[in-house]
Design a protein. Structure first.
Ligand code: IPM
Ligand code: MN
Length: 389
């Protein structure tokens, strides 16, 4: 039977709407803008190839926002984020605040407030090793070959968000570390679910021999574990975990941990990949999800076109996965792997024979646009030019 015209039209409209994604872009400070610019280039290339439309809306955060509005997280930014399908964030931080412990307003408050406002309670940080970079790691190749684990870091609780106090004389200060059962449960369920889909091993990292909050984590995780009987659960104290990540990182599949331990261990784990500039993350909650590289604002490199854009580009790949575009995400990851295999890498990885941030981004875009054939472009690669000039 023939379909009435108006149905076809509404079908078309529906398809059009399904293929349009609103992305809030929070470039932030330091190298944030230049690495995020590369991710936007990549998403645009993906959009053209797969007939998807990304509508990017920029908003202020961090030191940049303080300079322009006196606030690290203006209300306008929160509004843009809440109306978007996903958020792409660059980096936060500026040395003028780092060196001033008395500053009342700090750039990091913007990021922390955003995480809290959007209830982004689970920060997911995958750690993989790239064969072409093995020789660059300070760790021996046999230790890092085949490493593939993911850190589930709790992001809206713990010592980051507890009561902060300093006495009047400014001689005593305290930071409270607090967790509720519910806060632990919601991220633990996510971590168990992913462990079930992966190699079925979950390691809870805590300091249960000393901290009350850690003992609550253990208790709650032990209870939840009974519902995921095929997942093996391991418990490690954080000091031991810090050592095990370097000694034998292959033992890990899913690491579940609280806010500050996750922050510290993920920087440490980035050494396995070869550079902190390579690690992406996603932050998931009940509202719009956020995607950001794990590195900071790296002010010494800002504006020099030397920062590694891969952490941001792989965060964009996680964004694509989150929005149901698995094939698109896989293509971005293949493009990244291709640049790494061909040593098209930035200064953090290759201090002398390096490529610029924008050139690495350009090669990744070319790969996505199918403008690169293996073996045919060695001359261009040697000339440090992407294939479309
Ligand atoms: C991170 C960063 C942030 C954190 C800072 C910038 C507040 O180090 O995302 O890992 O500590 O969470
Ligand atoms: Mn960190």
């Amino acid at each position: 039977m023939e379909q009435p015209i108006n149905n076809i039209e509404s079908d078309l409209l529906l398809t059009a709407k399904e293929n349009v994604f609103k992305i809030a872009v929070l470039k932030g400070d330091g190298i944030g803008p230049e690495v995020t610019t590369q991710s936007i280039k990549v998403l645009q290339a993906i959009g053209e190839q797969f007939k998807k439309e990304f509508i990017f809306t920029e908003a202020l955060i961090g030191a940049d926002a303080i300079d322009k509005t006196e606030e690290p997280l203006p209300q306008a930014t929160i509004d843009v984020c809440l109306k978007s399908d996903a958020i792409l964030l660059g980096a936060i931080g500026h040395p003028k605040y780092d060196n001033d412990p008395t500053a009342k307003v700090r750039p990091e408050q913007g990021l922390l407030a955003l995480r809290k406002k959007l209830q982004l309670y689970a920060n997911i940080r995958p750690v993989t090793s790239y064969p072409s970079l093995h020789t660059l790691s300070p760790l021996k190749p046999h230790i890092i070959e085949g490493v593939d684990f993911v850190i589930y870091r709790e992001l809206t609780g713990g010592i980051y968000f507890g009561k902060k106090e300093t006495n009047e004389e400014g001689t005593i200060a305290s930071d409270e570390c607090k967790y509720s059962k519910e806060e632990i449960e919601r991220i633990a369920h996510l971590a168990f679910k992913v462990a079930h889909q992966r190699r079925k091993k979950l390691t809870l990292v805590d300091k249960a021999n000393v901290l009350e909050t850690s003992r609550l984590w253990r208790k709650v995780v032990q209870e939840i574990a009974t519902a995921y009987s095929d997942v093996t659960v391991d418990f490690l104290f954080v000091d031991n975990a810090a050592m095990q990540i370097i000694l034998n990182p292959k033992q890990f599949d899913v690491i579940l941990t609280e806010n500050m331990f996750g922050d510290i261990l993920s920087d440490e784990a980035s050494v396995i990949s070869g550079s902190i500039g390579l690690l992406p993350s996603s932050s998931i909650g009940s509202k719009t999800a956020l995607f950001e590289p794990i590195h900071g604002s790296y002010p010494q490199a800002a504006g020099k076109d030397i920062a590694n854009p891969i952490g941001s580009i792989l965060s964009a790949a996680m964004l694509l996965d989150h929005l149901g575009m698995a094939e698109e995400a896989a293509l971005v990851r293949a493009a990244v792997a291709w640049t790494l295999n061909n040593k098209i890498v930035t200064k953090d990885i290759e201090p002398i024979d390096f490529y610029f941030t924008s050139t690495v981004g350009g090669f990744i875009v070319d790969y996505i646009n199918k403008n690169i054939n293996e073996g045919m472009n060695e001359e261009n690669i040697a000339l440090r030019k992407s294939t479309v000039i």
